[in-house]
Design a protein around this ligand. Sequence first.
Ligand SMILES: *Cc1c(COP(=O)(O)O)cnc(C)c1O
Length: 417
Amino acid sequence: MLGYWKYLENSDPEIYGLIQREEHRQQSMLEMIASENHASPAVLVAAGSCLTNKYAEGLPGRRYYGGCEHVDDVETLAINRCKKLFGCDHANVQPHSGTQANMAVYFSQLKPGDTVLAMDLAHGGHLSHGFRLNFSGNLYNFVSYGVKRDTETIDYDQIATLAKEHKPKLIVCGASAYPRTIDFEKIAEIAKENGAKVLADIAHIAGLVCTGFHMDPIPCCEFVTSTTHKTLRGPRAGTVMCKAEYAKSINSAVFPGMQGGPLCHVIAAKAVAFAEALRPDFKTYAKQIITNCQVLADELTSKGFRLCSGGTDNHLVLVDLRQYNAELTGAMAETLLHDAGIVVNKNLIPYDTRSAQETSGVRIGTPALTTRGLKEEHIKQIANWIDKVLSSGGDEKIISNVRNETAELCRQFPIPG
Ligand SMILES: *Cc1c(COP(=O)(O)O)cnc(C)c1O
């Protein structure tokens, strides 16, 4: 592989240089974007392999191209490992992303105009759950549910009421900015009572689900989709799982329904990531993500930050900045923290009165830091720095001092590989 890098450096120094700079950025900053992680060198090598050259439309053993004998074996391994990891009847590992995985379920189950119930984007949902500018919101009649104003937890009574009223074909659950456990069983029950099927989108929490640290949707939901690059720590991609009876319709929705040739190199990298997640040390990793996040929640709370829903059960916290400083927007906090070497993203909080560009919140996650090997004591230190930076009023001296300290911590805990 080192040889490959030499090739790139010689043939395209511009791109080579930019990749080097990005690698340095990742090495030298504390990555706390809840949807990001550091994939292993094994995943990166597979994703950068010669498998990118291969066309393999179709499924293993039933391709529309010759020369598929090895990529057939790769995809079969990926499918079997995915099934073993999640304990599902059927898996299709071809979706290029989490959004594509959701598209596969929609295409297999819905006709344009059909009604779907899903979580409001402004309450922590995802673009592909019916946002009006996304294909999902364009093609289907999405009705959204949200969180309760007082507890900021999912309003299951509202889901039941809306399901009764609108009789959706599909109920989508799963979120991008929700710090609490999602009760898949309760949602499946509501769906059953109203003749709907359930899609559980575990894009964020897949690494917690497969290790037993979050309620498992596989037994109670017809469809489960995920990204493979968030807590699962694989390549940037998606996967879709379903009960055996839907296998055929999911497969044909993926190809030829919505994609052409699969990305064989990325499927190989998914296979590598699934195998990594099947190892006992991945369970230790997932547990530490949650422990770290709990420490983060406690420390931030003790410094006067209000956390949406009062805390966390998973890998992220959603901080409502208004109590800490009514003038401080999510966008300002994101910039200040970035200057200090801590990468987070601004995020709407439920019932936010600010725009999605400004926001009153930031979303902070622990998956990537946990991959670097950071433990409770480091998270405490980081919470201190977050407080220091956000109370600095933009003081350059304070921020650059913290920047030096975050850089030093990064040097002590390099990204594995
Ligand atoms: C991240 C995410 C996705 C999909 O992400 P892609 O960027 O399309 O891979 C889907 N659903 C949820 C809930 C997510 O958080």
